[in-house]
Design a protein around this ligand. Structure first.
Ligand code: C5P
Length: 208
């Protein structure tokens, strides 16, 4: 097993940015595990499927192609919503588990961000962070990001999305979003990107 850095937390908490920066700093490959669920939701919808259809969602997850993670459609607001709806299905999660575990174990190390990396995918990870921020701050960040991508979205709608997604992700029975007992909590509400990265780096250094 390599030195895995597990970065969990809710939508738009800053975990993706922090994970990408840590990966660059240490020269490790990074996986944004949310993209896996987003890609499943996007293909299922494109095929005219229903997000609550477990068998159809599982069939998509089983045949997921890494190239699908690169498509711009997986970064939209609708994809985030679809992702959290297919992510409640246990067979979908099982299909995506082996890939994540293999990625996690590579030498000399890796960074994965998601919801259940430290709790389910790789509880053995030497470095675990749970990155969060207030719903209002996260909604503001997500609104800026989507607007910069050219999506016409209202702040109030994004805040409502975030609250619904938090509830769905932490309330589901399989692999709910929860801080692992030994994960270090990092609240980025009042932090700049540089400040949050610096704090994350110190937490990882302490685990090395
Ligand atoms: O991180 P991101 O917002 O892209 O994730 C989209 C959705 O995918 C989350 O709301 C969650 O439902 C699901 N997800 C998950 N487990 C992960 C990563 C994402 O259930 N490890």
């Amino acid at each position: 097993m390599g030195f895995l850095i597990a970065v969990d937390g809710p939508a738009a908490s800053g975990k993706g940015t922090i994970a990408a920066k840590l990966a660059r700093l240490y020269g490790y490959p990074a996986l944004d595990s949310g993209l896996l669920y987003r890609a499943v939701g996007v293909r299922l919808l494109a095929e005219g499927g229903d997000l609550s259809d477990v068998a159809a969602a599982t069939a998509v997850a089983r045949t997921l192609d890494p190239a699908e993670l690169e498509k711009p459609e997986v970064r939209t607001r609708a994809a985030g919503e679809a992702a959290s709806r297919v992510a409640i299905h246990t067979p979908v999660r099982e299909c995506l588990r082996d890939f994540q575990r293999a990625f996690a174990a590579q030498e000399p190390g890796a960074v994965i961000d998601g919801r259940d990396i430290a709790t389910v995918i790789a509880p053995w990870a030497p470095a675990k962070l749970f990155v969060t921020a207030s719903p209002e701050v996260r909604a503001e960040r997500r609104w800026r990001q989507l607007t910069a991508q050219g999506e016409a979205v209202e702040y109030a709608d994004i805040l409502a999305d975030i609250r619904i997604r938090d509830e769905r992700d932490s309330g589901r029975s399989d692999s709910p979003m929860v801080r692992a007992d030994d994960a270090v909590l990092l609240d980025t509400s009042e932090m700049t990107i540089d400040g949050a990265f610096d704090a994350a780096r110190r937490i990882v250094e302490a685990a090395r």
